[in-house]
Design a protein around this ligand. Structure first.
Ligand SMILES: Cc1cc2nc3c(=O)[nH]c(=O)nc-3n(C[C@H](O)[C@H](O)[C@H](O)COP(=O)(O)OP(=O)(O)OC[C@H]3O[C@@H](n4cnc5c(N)ncnc54)[C@H](O)[C@@H]3O)c2cc1C
Length: 358
């Protein structure tokens, strides 16, 4: 046997789960198809911890991750703002409620985010308990923890065929076979494909593309302490990023799994929406990228044993929350793989269980 647990996918989902399992003296082998961990969605996020973002079980996982994150030294203060025009009040109020924000005085907002247009922005709200996550360090620390526990993270190791034989999963990788009694599907946007290879039905996941442009900070401005700022109805967002700004059209375009790239027109439209609210003309891009946010049918993560296939576990459907939920999601995944009572509680475990799809 090569491992106690085989994990397919070297993104945040697979690596953080692997780290928790390794700490429990479980031998883990992570198979990652690419030459680097976090090459796909986990290397393309906005790296934000915004615990009120998402549906109730997602928020519960994020809040359950807060203590771990605060103790980890991986967070730094950011804060978040929501801005809208007077005629966008209805959407603004919905967002404000959903993200449990506090209404803010406009003078304070313009002082904090001086590019916002006083003739346009009439409504503003925000929260302070929102943080940047050092996502690279989280991935690298997880790799180290897996190796420290005697496990492996194999790169350029694409799972090509999967079979269950005599209570053991046999996964073909190149000319080799890797075996373990437990197999975790943490393949991000390829979650359907990996399940199909293993002959497991499961829910149907859908990847959606989201793009990002990195643009220069407005001339002469120190943007480092600006909050992440959202337009109403998540129509765009902007966030400081190492002396520059990242602007996202916040689109959700359904896609097949692939190495995603941004479309110029989608980026241009998103930047134009941001420019409607801010006196910060974007004249050039420093870089741009896109990633796939993969959702389950009810847009809640799917964590735990498959109700039908023995030894097959799901760590999937992280959507737009894979980093902020990772500590609690990994702990829950590890508890369920190891047959322990879930530390996050039975109700939350049931809300994210694959069994909910019948
Ligand atoms: C623009 C954008 C902004 C975001 N912002 C945030 C944010 O601010 N906060 C937040 O919490 N989340 C955010 N997210 C979401 C977050 O990035 C994802 O939820 C998370 O990265 C998903 O991680 P994953 O491990 O499931 O997938 P991935 O990182 O894609 O990892 C899956 C891995 O599986 C591998 N794989 C697939 N098939 C095989 C195979 N057959 N064999 C071997 N390996 C295989 C792939 O190569 C891939 O590396 C954002 C996402 C995007 C796109």
């Amino acid at each position: 046997m090569d491992a106690d647990v085989l994990i397919i996918g070297g993104g945040v989902a697979g690596l953080t789960l692997g780290a928790r399992l390794a700490e429990a003296a479980t031998k883990v082998v992570v198979l990652e198809a690419e030459a680097a961990v976090g090459y796909h969605t986990s290397g393309r996020s906005a790296a934000l911890f915004e615990p009120t973002y998402g549906l109730a079980p997602v928020r519960d996982l994020s809040f359950a991750s807060a203590d771990w994150y605060h103790a980890s030294g991986l967070l730094s203060p950011r804060g978040v703002l929501l801005v809208a025009r007077a005629e966008e009040r209805e959407t603004f109020e919905e967002d404000l409620q959903a993200m449990a924000m506090t209404r803010l005085d406009l003078d304070e907002v313009f002082a904090r985010m001086p590019v916002l247009r006083r003739d346009v922005v009439a409504l503003a709200a925000g929260r302070e308990d929102v943080f940047d996550i050092d996502t690279d360090r989280l991935l690298q620390d997880s790799v180290k923890a897996i190796r420290a526990g005697g496990g492996e993270v194999r790169l350029k190791a694409r799972a090509e065929a999967i079979q269950r034989d005599g209570g053991v999963w046999r996964v073909r990788v190149g000319g080799e076979e890797v075996c373990a009694p437990a197999l975790v599907n943490a393949a991000g946007s390829w979650v359907n494909e990996v399940a199909a290879m293993a002959g497991v039905a499961g829910p149907r996941f859908q990847p959606y593309r989201r793009s990002m442009a990195r643009v220069p900070a407005p001339e002469g401005m120190d943007v480092s302490r600006w909050p992440m700022t959202f337009g109403p109805g998540e129509s765009w967002y902007v966030k400081p990023d190492a002396g520059a700004l990242i602007v996202s059209p916040a689109e959700e375009h359904p896609m097949e799994p692939h190495d995603a790239w941004p479309e110029d027109m989608v980026l241009a439209e998103g930047i134009a929406r941001f420019e409607d609210y801010a006196d910060a003309p974007v004249t050039r891009l420093l870089s741009s990228w896109a990633g796939l946010r993969t959702f389950s049918p009810d847009r809640v993560l799917v964590i735990g044993p498959d109700p039908v296939a023995p030894g097959f576990f799901w760590q999937a459907g992280q959507g737009g929350y894979g980093f902020q939920t990772a500590p609690a999601a990994a702990r829950l995944g590890a508890d369920l793989v190891l047959g322990r009572a879930p530390e996050v509680g039975a109700a939350l475990a049931a809300a994210v269980s694959p069994a909910r799809f019948g």
